[in-house]
Design a protein around this ligand. Structure first.
Ligand SMILES: [Zn+2]
Length: 246
């Protein structure tokens, strides 16, 4: 018996979501782990995400529909990601968000460890200028396996993220979100690139202050980026299409 939303998802959207996993792998944002989801286009109380599989291997047949409590509704024996609650709880808390990426991308990790804020080093990463909070799972839950493996942990993560579009997870990774799949992927990629540039900048700066984008510059540049993100997407998407023919 199925509890599917009954609203069929266009095949091109399913293919784009599967392609997004492969793009994030090709860009070094995800490796054997990490996941990207998309809110259902016509049933806002549902989201779509691959079964538990390495992101570079995802195909359209791997996409499962979930309710916002992160129960799979059409799994048909396919296994789910343990950390799917990140996605469901963010969709509940943020009606403006249509897509969520969770990764352990390496350059970002140090900023969740040492209390140095991530700042927007260049215009492409303008979304970071709004501020990037850090979710420390130990504050509320004590010693854990570090995973957001149930709704309760997802709720706290979403509340720490608040109205921002990126949140770091102490000693674990990060989450990047957006109003479209393309923007969420773009932000996940450029969170990692920005972190790398910030490491170089901090090594270079000596006693200087970092002339990062301020919040107003960030707001203005981010508005442009949301259209520019499509150019990067088309480049990345073509790479996947050439490889797999979907
Ligand atoms: Zn994780």
């Amino acid at each position: 018996m199925s509890n599917e939303s009954g609203s069929p998802v266009p095949a091109n959207l399913i293919a784009d979501l599967a392609a997004a996993s492969r793009i994030l792998a090709a860009q070094g944002v995800v490796d054997g782990f990490g996941h990207v989801s998309l809110r259902h286009p016509t049933a806002s109380d549902r989201y779509l995400m691959a079964r538990s599989v390495a992101p570079a291997l995802v195909t359209p047949d791997d996409i499962i529909e979930y309710d916002l409590d992160s129960n799979p509704v059409n799994a048909n024996g396919r296994a789910s990601f343990i950390e799917r609650f990140i996605h469901g709880e963010i969709y509940k808390a943020r009606p403006d968000i249509q897509s969520v990426v969770h990764s352990h991308s390496p350059s970002v990790i140090p900023f969740g460890l040492v209390g140095v804020p991530l700042q927007a080093m260049f215009h492409t990463a303008a979304f970071i200028a709004a501020g990037v909070p850090v979710f420390n799972i130990r504050e509320k839950f004590g010693p854990t396996d570090m995973l957001v493996s149930n709704r309760e942990k997802g709720v706290v993560l979403a509340s720490v993220m608040g109205g921002k579009n990126v949140v770091l997870m102490r000693a674990h990774g990060s989450v990047a979100c957006g109003p479209t799949l393309q923007t969420a992927v773009f932000r996940a990629v450029y969170t990692e690139v920005n972190a790398r540039i910030q490491h170089w900048t901090m090594a270079l700066k000596g006693g200087a202050t970092i002339a990062a984008l301020d919040p107003e510059e960030g707001r203005l540049a981010d508005a442009i980026n949301q259209t520019a993100a499509m150019r990067a997407w088309e480049l990345w998407r073509k790479g996947v299409r050439d490889e797999v023919n979907w």
